[in-house]
Design a protein around this ligand. Structure first.
Ligand SMILES: [Zn+2]
Length: 65
């Protein structure tokens, strides 16, 4: 598996790709465009809001498309 593994301090929702790993927005309740950032230790893809990834803060190796 290539790409980043994000391991630090994720909640269960974040680790399962159901919440933003940056701001913690719950995608089950907050409709916001989000992009894949990497992978959690469980192998699930994790996401962050477009706005969280587009503020000049570059996530190392993140897949930003
Ligand atoms: Zn966010």
């Amino acid at each position: 598996m290539s790409g980043d593994t994000i391991t630090t301090g994720l909640t269960a929702l974040q680790a399962n790709g159901l919440a933003c790993v940056v701001c913690g927005a719950d995608y089950l309740h907050v409709r916001v465009p989000h992009v894949p950032l990497g992978w959690s230790v469980t192998g699930s893809q994790v996401f962050a809001c477009i706005g969280c990834t587009n503020d000049g803060r570059r996530v190392a190796g993140g897949v930003l498309r």
